[in-house]
Design a binder for this molecule. Sequence first.
Ligand code: HEM
Length: 500
Amino acid sequence: MLDDASNCLGVVVVGAIFLHFLVKFLGRKSPSVPPGPSGLPVLGHLLQIPLHYPEVAFHKLGQLYGDLVYMYVPGRKMVVVNNRAVAEELLEKRGANYSDRPRFTMLVEMMGWDPTLTLMPYSKRSQKHRRMLQQYLAHDTLKNFQVYQIAESKKLISKLISDDAHYEEHVKLYILALIMKIAFGHEISEDDQYVKMAHDVTYTLDNSGAPGATPPDLLPSLKHVPSWLPGASFATFAKNWRKAVRLIHDLPYQQVKEKHEQGTANACFLNEALENSSEDSFSSAEHVEDIKGVAANIFCAGNDTTFGTILCFMLAMVLNPEVQERAAKELDEVVGRDRLPTFEDRSRLRYVECVVQETLRWHPVLPLGIPHKTVQADIYQGYHVPAKTVVIANAYGMSRDEKVYQQPHEFRPERFLPKPDGNGEPYFDPSWGFGRRVCPGKPLADASFWIAAATILSTVQLSAAGSVEPKFVSGGIVSYPERFPCRVEVRDAVRASLLH
Ligand code: HEM
């Protein structure tokens, strides 16, 4: 009797324990993806991502849903990061998992940009490309190019003074001259083969659709569609322009290699890479493609970005004459009137530095950076970030963070000055990206931008030649001011005479 009762009790206890664990197991909540707007079946959020100014839409979503916003489009899960500290935690501290890139079917597989670091998955090869670039753009090499940057910035301002109607073309040629010299050792003349080649490549980059969002990017099997099929304009475009992409890889390499063998090559990335390569390495087609790819990448990553940044600076000066005046005054005091600024003056030009840094914050030319991708699933603050999620760091959104930047839409260089002169706000590094994929061209871009800005401020005055409604080119990766009426007048005749 007693035995029966204790058996019965045992069954009840074991049953209760089993039930307890079963309820706990069934009730366990798996972490959910970060919050975000609800999407449509199949299409997801495809129709909610605007073609123009998507960074502004993402910023607004960030204000509604928080620092991480989850969205998806066919074939792609996406997380938009709107907060700098969160981006640093994920893309830098957890960089081993967050440094891959999405597949760029149109640019890489159809147009031939496959030896291009910017678009490469995180791999041994991408690390090799970064090493090659970083070694070349190290402090000492860049110092050798300063003379050239100074000479080209003088040429730029002379052209702006004599022909301000074409200011954009002059800025374009300034950057082109520097990049062609540094990457390929080539000195451009207005209508040479390299200028035409650069023009064609820029056209292909500007017109092949938003990278990562073209039809073949969303549905990779479309890359097999024949170019004659009605509606397959992307395939026709890729077929017609692939040659231009190939040319910028092959032509400079062949020419520098010939000169290198004769011992007559100018100092440049290509020549240095050839010098550092052993005889054996030339039998590896991949190594040769690596050299060509890094050289072409200097052009395609550095051209529009630096061009756009200088245009942003010019627009900001036109819209904020008091800033321009204060910076010019600082140049008068620090540099004097009998010479032009040089790189040695930089550390003493505190306000000019703030103007340069505020340009990078006010309008980041890569407002959404270049997308990263996770390798494995991750948990962040209780949220599930699935494997192979495309992670977009919204630099624009971070630049408008009111907790960090007071009146973030305004161009206020003094925000960076320590208190009480300013507000002690931090420089805006997200303009250069994050972690293991951070821009390796920063030292070059920064120096090319700084010397152009300092020379402009010390010699000329920029003003509006009509009414200015700031608008920005948007829809591709790079965003910069649309044409605005800009007048360029000599501010200081003594200094302007030093331009020649
Ligand atoms: C003002 C001018 C420039 C800005 C604002 C800029 C900004 C950026 C940003 C935001 C990224 C993406 C980083 C990330 O994925 O987290 C990037 C990548 C890159 N930039 Fe720049 N960049 C500029 C100029 C240059 C120049 C002159 C070069 C020439 C060497 C260059 C070479 C690259 C390369 C190769 C990458 C890809 C790095 C990788 O995928 O690992 N950039 N840049």
